[in-house]
Ligand binder design. Sequence first.
Ligand code: PAF
Length: 274
Amino acid sequence: MRILTTVAEMTALERGSRRGAVLTMGALHAGHGELMRRSRELIGPDGLLIVTVFVNPTQFGDPKDLENYPRTLEADSALCEAAGVDVLFAPTVQEMYPPGVPLPQFSAGWLGSVLEGRSRPGHFDAVASVVHRLLSITQADVTCFGEKDYQQLVVVRQMVHEAGLNVEVVGVPTVRDDDGLALSSRNIRLSAAARSAAVVIPRALMAVAESAAATGNADEACAAGNAILARQPLLQIDYLVITDVELGPAPATGAARALVAATLDGVRLIDNVP
Ligand code: PAF
C-alpha cells in the first residue's frame, strides 16, 4: 500500500485499472472496512482501491468538535493495509484548500436544511464540496458511502448528478453491533450506561419498519417507534421520521426510509432503516 499526501502524487498515478474510492475522516472501524470490501468487489482484484483520510475543517460547525475529532492515522493505515487498499491518500488542509485557489463550491439546497442539516447549518454544503474535490483528485469510477449517514449519501448523489461527475455512487448497508446498534466513531464516547441504553434506537427503527409494512400508515409507524424511545429516560429524541428515499415527504406506498436522531449522555446518534 502506498501512502500519498499530495494532489500531484495522486494525479501522477498510472491510469488504466478501474478505481474505487472510500472517502473517510479516519478513526476507521468495521463499517469503513465494509465500504472497502464492497468497493473491491465492484472494481475487481485488478482495480485500484483508494481510501482518503481527511478531517475536513469546513464541515465542522463547532471548532471544539474539530479539535477533538480522533486522529488515528497509524491505526487507520494498518486497517487499510489489512483490507487490501492500494493507496491511502492523507492530504493536509493546505493541500486540499491551497490559499488563493478558488475551488468549486456546492450547495445541498433544501437537503442541507432538514434533519441533520437543521442543527448543522452549512454542514452538507461543505460535505458536497469536499466530496467533489476528493472524487476529482482520486478520479474514482466508483465510490461507496455508508447508508448509516443516509442524508449524506443523498446529498452526495445529488452533487454528483449536478456536477456531471462520471462516478457511480453506491450505498452500502449499515454495519451493526450484535445488539443492533449501528457502528459509528462516536460510539466510543458513550458511557457504559448510555451504550446499553442506545439499543432502543435500532429497536425503535425495527418497530417503525414492521408497523409501516403491516399498516402502511406512517403516523402509526412513527408512534410505534416513539413509544419504544420514550421508555428510555436517558435519551433525548431530536426526530423520528419517515420520508421517501430522497428524504421528501413519506410516500403513500412504495419505498421509504425511517430516520432517527437522538442524544444520549451528550453524544448525538443517528440511524435509519429502509
Ligand atoms: O462521512 C465522512 O466521513 C465525511 O463526511 C466525508 C464524506 C469523508 C467528507 O468529509
